[in-house]
Design a protein around this ligand. Structure first.
Ligand code: SF4
Ligand code: MG
Length: 335
């Protein structure tokens, strides 16, 4: 598998009145060709900031790169100028967002919005771009594309707008598609359709996908690998089966426990009590310490190193230390 994107020790902060918020703290991961990598975590975990950093979409200031690199096909994106990034965005790496209404332009037809990138990056004529827009609408499953291409976003339903966003994002055959909570604003049936569509399109286009979500349930059928983020750090990473069937980190257990399970629909969902750490004054040790039922003295002041669970799974938790008490995976986290 060819490595497409390699993030090394990335740290991103924001200057605020309350001090420097360390939103992303030393994050490293890679994305291979044609794979779907999910980045999972609650809001404030740093997952969206990580995604936006890949596109250099963090407003600076107040945001700033504190360190690390983002290697894309051998070049570090953190050093690129806005002009250089404009050649990469949309063409090499593109992004779809949670709420298509705020990212679509309400005053432009859907067809022109799809065509924009094609005219800019691929030198298509207006006519060619229009025809390609129709093809793309058809590809993302919008019926009657010849008529739809001339319509405005408000004439589309929520699910169709998300499909249109995907068409825009895929117009220039990007190598990487970043989808930030692509289905959160949609109802459950449409969510499933959009996830199916993305999988389907990936088979056809071979685009690698980074799927950002707070919902592990979305990940099960969609991703091949998972990165779990908490408090600006990666706490566990592994293949999707490893994360679901052999999770090692108490935060991953909490996420699995808060996932709805089909067989016990009536049971109350276990949400993880407490709230995420204040990243303007992040904990010295494990970021999960204030909410972890297994927290030990050592966790307070010492960040656990990553331990290899397998060749493909690693976790950052003191429970993997041989001196730690043996803890079983809680029943709630067994899927
Ligand atoms: Fe809990 Fe300690 Fe593991 Fe952090 S390092 S998840 S506080 S047991
Ligand atoms: Mg977000």
């Amino acid at each position: 598998m060819k490595k497409l994107l390699e993030v090394n020790d990335l740290s991103v902060s924001f200057d605020t009145y309350g001090g420097e918020v360390q939103a992303v703290r030393g994050v490293s991961f890679e994305l291979n060709e044609k794979e779907t990598l999910a980045i999972v975590g609650e809001s404030g975990s740093g997952k969206s900031v990580t995604a936006q950093s890949l596109m250099q979409l963090i407003p600076m200031p107040p945001g700033k790169f504190v360190g690390g690199s983002i290697m894309f096909e051998g070049e570090d994106l953190t050093g690129k100028s806005e002009k250089q990034m404009q050649r990469i965005r949309g063409k090499e790496i593109s992004m779809i967002f949670q709420d298509p209404m705020t990212s679509l332009n309400p005053t432009m037809t859907i067809g022109n919005q799809i065509g924009e990138g094609l005219i800019k990056h691929q030198n298509l004529s207006k006519k060619e771009a229009h025809n390609r827009a129709i093809e793309l609408l058809e590809l993302v499953g919008i019926p009657n594309p010849e008529a739809r291409v001339k319509q405005y976003p408000h004439q589309f339903s929520g699910g169709m707008r998300q499909r249109a966003m995907i068409a825009i994002a895929l117009a220039c055959n990007p190598k990487v598609l970043i989808a930030d909570e692509p289905t959160t604003a949609l109802d459950v049936t449409i969510q499933a359709q959009i996830m199916d569509l993305m999988r389907d399109l990936q088979d056809k286009t071979n685009t690698a996908i980074i799927l950002i979500t707070h919902d592990l349930g979305v990940v099960a059928n969609a991703a091949s690998r998972v990165v779990v983020m908490y408090g600006g750090k990666i706490v566990e990473t592994g293949k999707v089966d490893e994360i679901f069937y052999n999770p090692k980190h108490p935060y991953t257990w909490g996420l699995l426990g808060s996932m709805p399970k089909i067989e016990n629909k009536d049971e109350e969902l276990q949400s993880i009590p407490g709230s995420p750490p204040d990243l303007s004054d992040p904990p010295k040790g494990c970021p999960f310490v204030s909410r972890c039922p297994y927290a030990m003295e050592v966790c307070k002041n010492h960040m656990p190193e990553y331990t290899d669970v397998s060749n493909t799974q690693k976790t950052a938790c003191w429970l993997t230390d041989e001196r730690a008490p043996k803890v079983e995976i809680p029943k709630s986290a067994v899927v």
